[in-house]
Design a protein around this ligand. Structure first.
Ligand SMILES: *[C@@H]1O[C@H](CO)[C@@H](O)[C@H](O)[C@H]1NC(C)=O
Ligand SMILES: *[C@@H]1O[C@H](CO)[C@@H](O)[C@H](O)[C@H]1NC(C)=O
Length: 167
């Protein structure tokens, strides 16, 4: 009995060591993957654009979000969280960042997509700064690995502008 218990314990220790080693190798090999994601967001239409009774500007728009994030996926990738944000400066804040849409990509097969959608979250400015405002759209991603550290990055798309008038 004594020797069986000892061997079982030794086996377990060995298994745990191998597992730890595999996890370390998985996160190291992940660092050698240099992903090259691409994305494009088109503003297809401004649904409406108005000043709320509280004085804040709000805009609703149709977006066509297309992206190829397949290169973010390695065998160590559990899933990828993505979000699209509008970014612009105002006299009060040099950077305002407003999340417009997000999603979870469960696998490489789903990582090349386009989606025609209106903004899922409100595009509201705390003030009335949006008329004629230039803004950027950024696609952010957070890669959640099976083991190891999460990493995040983004693509910036420039040159968008809101209408001069409410509609
Ligand atoms: C959205 O963009 C994709 C890729 O650029 C394109 O194939 C598709 O036709 C576009 N859809 C709409 C509704 O504009
Ligand atoms: C958009 O992004 C570019 C490049 O990062 C930056 O120089 C520019 O100031 C940004 N524009 C706005 C309106 O935030």
């Amino acid at each position: 009995m004594h020797s069986f218990g000892y061997r079982a314990n030794a086996l377990l220790t060995f298994a745990v060591t191998i597992l730890a080693l595999m996890c370390a190798m998985a996160s190291i090999s992940d660092n050698f993957n240099h992903p090259s994601p691409s994305a494009h967001v088109e503003v297809l239409n401004i649904n409406w654009f108005q000043k709320q009774s509280k004085g804040n500007d709000e805009v609703s728009m149709q977006l066509n979000i297309s992206a190829d994030l397949q290169s973010l996926f390695t065998w160590n990738t559990k899933q990828v969280f993505v979000f699209v944000a509008a970014e612009y400066g105002t006299p009060k804040n040099s950077l305002n960042q407003i999340s417009l849409w997000d999603g979870i990509i469960p696998s490489r097969e789903h990582a090349k997509f386009w989606i025609h959608t209106s903004n899922k979250y409100h595009f509201i400015d705390q003030g009335s700064n949006l008329r004629g405002k230039e803004f950027n759209l950024t696609l952010h991603w957070h890669v959640m690995p099976k083991t190891g550290k999460m990493f995040a990055d983004k693509l910036v798309m420039t040159g968008y502008r809101l209408p001069e008038e409410y509609r």
